[in-house]
Design a protein around this ligand. Sequence first.
Ligand SMILES: Cc1ncc(COP(=O)(O)O)c(C=O)c1O
Length: 421
Amino acid sequence: MQHNPSLPVDPDRLLAIAQKWGTPTYVYMESMIRERCQMLKRLFPDLPVSWLYAVKANDNPHIIRIISGEGFGFDTVSYEEVLLCLKLGTGPKQIFYTENNMTDAEMQGAAKEGVTLNIGSLGRLRAFCEAYPGSECSIRIKPDISDGHHAKVDTGNQDSKFGIRLDLIPEAVRVAGEHGVRIRGIHAHIGSGIQEPENILAEIEVLLKSSAGLDDLAFINFGGGIPIPYRHDETPFDLDRFAHLASKRLKAFLEANNRPVSFFFEPGRWIVGPAGILLTQVNTVKDQGRKLFLGTDTGFNHLLRPALYEAYHEVVNISADAHGTSQTYHIAGNICESGDMLGLDRALPESKPGDYLAIRDTGAYGMTMASQYNRRALPAEVLITAEGYHKTIRSRKTPAETVNDLLKETGLAAAQKSETS
Ligand SMILES: Cc1ncc(COP(=O)(O)O)c(C=O)c1O
């Protein structure tokens, strides 16, 4: 059971960050994010493949800027994400907005900005076509193929809420044609943290086939979902093998079709997941009889994945001697719910209050899923820059600031002041 996973950052450096910035703090490595973007861009050297970054994985503006600098466009899933990318200087043509139960106001906002709207229901397609005759859009389909690290992120199955049914694609073409709207793209996303590469290949097949009736087609978007290993003994997804198999199929498609279609992928997790670490401090060691608990200053309010998906994240004690006596701990958060566990039955060197823990592979779906449950402040975020500096990219609010913000947002700040003055 005992193992000593190596961290992607020198533990002394993490300790220095924890001591200077306090905890909880997310730490990201710029050079790793850049390298991973570059690795993806090298995968399909002789095909018209472009890359979008799924902003939902980590939307810190500094991270978005880094990824934009690597030549990525953006996959967005809300009007707010669209606005964020635009405000950071990304051109609308580089922004793909995959809507999901979008409102009319969101549609009007996105259409005005000129981003590519990827429409996932017939009803919304009708509304779009009526509002913007003669324009262009993309459609998201439900491929009836799905995968993912957990049922909650498995998005392409038959009963999924996402995408237009395969048998309704002709109706989508008819509705668009009636209004002179050109369907320029077709998209699917089968899930996040794909377990079987064959499932993406099968999804590619469905998209290629489904594109046959789309006369105005300019691109096909295969979605995201490339997984990362979270356990030290997990085999990483074989990207090269996947790219090899996909390339063969995409080349054959281009040859057979003889029309200038380009391709997109839109990963999030693979780019930023391994480049993030959540630092937390142990404040309690508690023997509950059958289980020994380490209590920390973070919880599922800051890292939801273990509670929501029973996800596993490697936890390393960066203060203790890695080769010292080992103990088996439940690692608990400070949220007032029994499900607030960050790791179960973990072998760690004997730990004490004041020790710092590094929770690995938390760069994706960590901070973006964080909340202020129990009215606690969000973590700070620190970037280790490509030049090796430490830069604050989000500061942590004090408890007083956190409470004052709530009073301000609820219109009670003034009342509270006058009551106490
Ligand atoms: C439409 C869409 N595209 C891309 C992604 C990114 O997925 P991942 O981070 O697993 O690559 C998601 C996430 O679920 C998504 O919903």
